[in-house]
Design a protein around this ligand. Structure first.
Ligand code: NIG
Ligand code: FE
Length: 440
């Protein structure tokens, strides 16, 4: 059946992507119960397009040099196998690897105390004031060496792969000094070399105001010291800001985002998470690529996002883990024509999950998105939100062979069975990087 391939170990710390040796240049995936291609227009999907998964039943796929060469019915692909290594999908679902467009991948420690406090009924803001929250992770992250952080981040990378995620966006933001923010971004750069998970780095220096500085003093550091270093060392593609009461107000956020735009970074933002703060409108005004969270965004905010073509990134994992029931208004956003994205918001505080299948379940059960829309939002739309829509997010000839095989026959099962891992195996650029029989 499934011919096992030599697997790189992302937990074995000797593994280095550059030394990974490729045994095959061609591979044929046969006998998928559903090959979920998501083929379609070369842009993020909106409206009815969100439901068009373009499934090939009993499908197959040919891969050459890490890229998809051909997709089609399995028996047709089989005729063209030649000397390709055959991967028998065994009547399972094959789909693009998830693209998780919002994570805080690199940090030290955990927030178990916050978790217990929330279970006692305290809110995110109360816990932050009482010494928990982002600041407590900043203290632990500052104290950690680059190597400590790298070892830990490798563990996180393995978690993502085993959930079927092949690309993540990763934010800094737990350093909050010039050197510590650069340290986090350098860890991401090193991580890229050592694991097969694809990583898109975002500078989030403006995640919180450090205790030692006033908001305006810190703003100055972010703009005049951090941004120039980040861009000189080419450490990030995006700049993000936590625009919220008690963090960065509209004016401060605008200053940071404008400065980032000037030095060539694309923009993302944590907006309207805890209060309807006007963040969505700011992201529209700034021409941002994404506006993330949006739990409190009103209709006017949605209209502004549409006018400016900003993609909303919805993070139901953080709503769930914070014990709130205020999920973002996904259906209204879809009706307004927005190219919705779903992501985990993986972080130690508000969303300690790397699992996109869990996010699919929340999107369907709590935000009333159909499973098909949720899959589009977490693959091809997410890829466009990372400026990688031409390379990943769907199974189409020419794109990277980043895909996952799930141990189910129908893609809807991914959102339906929750709390049970269904990943069978995961491939990046045509290479098997995780499979269930070896656990790596
Ligand atoms: O996306 N909202 C701000 N940042 C994170 C939380 C980070 C943390 O609590 O450590 C979020 O929810
Ligand atoms: Fe976040």
């Amino acid at each position: 059946m499934f011919r096992r391939l030599p697997n790189p170990s992302v937990l074995g710390f000797r593994f280095n992507a550059s030394t990974f040796h490729r045994t095959m240049t061609s591979r044929a995936v046969l006998h998928a119960s559903q090959l979920v291609t998501l083929s379609g227009p070369k842009r993020p999907r909106v409206g009815k397009e969100l439901s068009a998964l373009r499934i090939i039943r009993h499908g197959g796929m040919l891969i050459r040099d890490g890229k998809i060469d051909r997709v089609g019915p399995s028996d047709e692909i089989e005729k063209n196998v030649g000397d390709a290594e055959v991967v028998d999908a065994g009547r399972r679902v094959v789909m693009p690897g998830f693209v998780d467009a919002h994570t805080h991948l690199v940090f030290s420690g955990n927030r178990l105390d916050d978790f217990e406090r929330r279970a006692r009924g305290e809110t995110y803001e109360q816990i932050a004031k009482a010494g928990g929250g982002i600041w407590s992770t900043v203290e632990k992250t500052r104290a950690a060496s680059e190597l400590d952080l790298l070892v830990r981040a490798k563990q996180h990378a393995t978690w993502f792969l085993r959930c079927g995620t092949t690309t993540v966006e990763a934010k800094s933001g737990y350093g909050l000094t010039v050197e510590d923010e650069l340290k986090l971004l350098r860890v991401m750069r090193q991580l890229k070399e050592e694991v097969r998970l694809e990583i898109v780095p975002t500078f989030l220096g403006a995640h919180a105001v450090p205790r030692e500085l006033s908001p305006d003093e810190y703003l100055e550091v972010v703009i005049t010291e951090m941004l120039p270093r980040v861009t000189a060392e080419k450490l990030a593609e995006f700049c993000d800001v936590f625009c919220e009461r008690g963090y960065f107000n509209i004016d401060q956020s605008r200053k940071i985002l404008s400065a980032a735009k000037k030095v060539g970074l694309s923009l993302r933002g944590h907006v309207d998470q805890l209060t309807n703060f006007g963040g969505a409108k700011l992201m529209a005004e700034m021409g941002a690529t994404t506006a993330d969270h949006l739990e409190q965004t009103d209709e006017q905010g949605i209209v502004a996002l549409k006018k400016a073509n900003v993609q909303p990134v919805l993070l139901p994992g953080s709503v769930y883990a914070l014990g709130s029931s205020r999920y973002p208004r996904a259906r209204e956003m879809i009706e307004a024509g927005l190219a919705v994205v779903l992501a985990t918001d993986f972080n130690p505080g508000s969303s300690p999950t790397p699992s996109m299948p869990m996010v699919l379940s929340l999107a369907c059960a709590q935000m009333k998105m159909s499973p098909a829309k949720a899959i589009t939002a977490s693959t091809v739309n997410a890829a466009y939100s990372l400026n990688r829509g031409d390379k990943i997010g769907s199974l189409e000839p020419g794109k990277l062979a980043n895909f996952a095989i799930f141990d189910c026959e129908d893609y809807r099962e991914l959102a339906y069975w929750f709390g049970i891992p269904q990943t069978h195996s995961v491939y990046v650029r045509g290479d098997c990087v995780w499979n269930i029989s070896t656990g790596r």
